[in-house]
Design a protein around this ligand. Sequence first.
Ligand SMILES: Cc1cc2nc3c(=O)[nH]c(=O)nc-3n(C[C@H](O)[C@H](O)[C@H](O)COP(=O)(O)OP(=O)(O)OC[C@H]3O[C@@H](n4cnc5c(N)ncnc54)[C@H](O)[C@@H]3O)c2cc1C
Length: 499
Amino acid sequence: MVASRSTLSRDEVVAAVTSILGVAQVDTDESHLRASSVDRFRKYTAVHGIFDGPIPAIIAYPTSTDQVAALLELADRERIAVVPRTGGTSTEGGLETVVEDAIVLDGSRMDRVIAVNAEDMMVTAQCGVPLQRLEDQLREQGLTTGHSPQSKPIAQLGGLVATRSIGQFSTLYGAIEDMVVGLEAVLPGGRIVRIKNVPRRAAGPDIRHVVIGNEGALAFITEVTVKVFRWYPDTARYHGFMVRDFGAGVGLLRDVLTAGYRPAVARLYSPEDARQHFPDHPMNQNLVVLSSEGPARLVAATSAAVEEMAAAVEHLPVAEERIRSWFEHLNWGPDRIEAEKQDMLRTSHLGYTTEVSVDWSRTAELYHAVMTRIRTTFPRAGDLTLLGAHSSHSYQTGTNLYFVYDYRIACEPRREIEEYHVPLNAIIVEEALRVGGSMVHHHGVGKYRTPWVREEHGSAYYLLSGLKRTFDPHHVMNPGSLFPIDEAGLPVLAEDGRQ
Ligand SMILES: Cc1cc2nc3c(=O)[nH]c(=O)nc-3n(C[C@H](O)[C@H](O)[C@H](O)COP(=O)(O)OP(=O)(O)OC[C@H]3O[C@@H](n4cnc5c(N)ncnc54)[C@H](O)[C@@H]3O)c2cc1C
């Protein structure tokens, strides 16, 4: 529990926000405030109605950039903590309101698609546009953003940019940072900044990256322009190969990528993880999944190369139709999330993930190190019902590993995070850092990986610290996210170029 640094009382915060937005654009319903104090990181405690942290004072629903600016001017002047939000699918504690009497700044009513520009191949939309809605609209025009995170039915543009999200077809289309052309954001204090839309520039450092991935700790994103691509609905091809050795699967992905091919999907599942998706998958086989999409001639060339490279590796083939129909049902909408909640309550069982990235040369080593360390040192290893990993996004120099772990909860619901998630997450993060990888590939640092953020960045933490000092000098933006905080709720930043 971190005390508010504002001199305004909780009631005064509510009154000040309401005077800017009006009663129709604020919410102080107790149950909504409680639910707004956590994100999916606390899914088990939340289904048990346990909300241990401070409950925010108010949820604010601005409908314009000027309203966001007025709210951030108020928060900065009065030192009120602000937690930005759009779709609410955050998984790393990014939405937790750790400082008392915070404002949850919810951009979901800023939900207009402003302009589709089919000649310059870009679309501009407000932060609260759900990706699925944008994608459906574009596809009617034969276009696609190419962005397809599993949370696509719910996640919205602001959060997708704020977390550096990535979608299933990233090998072909890139991650969100490759897609953002320009954007508009509001800084603490209320200054509105717009980074214009140009194909490229060499006018100094790429300032888009000050905002992309800021996790609401530096700025509130109000509007985003992303690239669009031509959509080819009928050309996609899918490939599946079972390989005995995880390292051989890594090698196959690497061969395809470094040979210069760009499949849309390039994945490798450990046997345990593959079984989550294909219940009859054999436990002695890893699964490589590749797909290609786009112009038919490119798809044909990519598919032929994939088959040729796979033939050089000992494998068992998987039918194309099996992979295709699996992909068509991979995404999570509200119904699936609700079903997961009910299941957790009934079975005291849940699953979490931790995703990291690593160079090709150390990928198999990281996989085996994590599996071994968890199985041999995690005190509650006996409660694990699943431990596996997959690589789902690959690059010229390496890939990501997305560790999945499910467990039966054999402790007080309140203790679940400390007894299970914290130690498991720590092992994966520590091992990733040990082999020279990144401790977070795409979910963001949130509030639960901040203990390692200085180790992650090393001497460059000075640069990140400088952004916080410069753009959020009164430290009101999403305290505890991205930057660790002290007891007073102030960020722990690098000093004088030294850590
Ligand atoms: C079932 C499921 C599947 C998922 N699959 C993927 C996946 O495939 N790929 C992937 O990358 N992620 C995935 N995620 C994680 C999550 O969906 C992403 O992080 C997504 O980008 C969050 O978007 P959102 O709109 O829900 O943001 P929110 O949850 O509302 O917020 C996320 C973070 O961004 C900040 N934020 C939100 N809006 C703004 C804004 N306008 N300005 C500044 N900061 C803001 C918040 O403070 C918070 O820290 C998944 C999550 C779930 C629950």
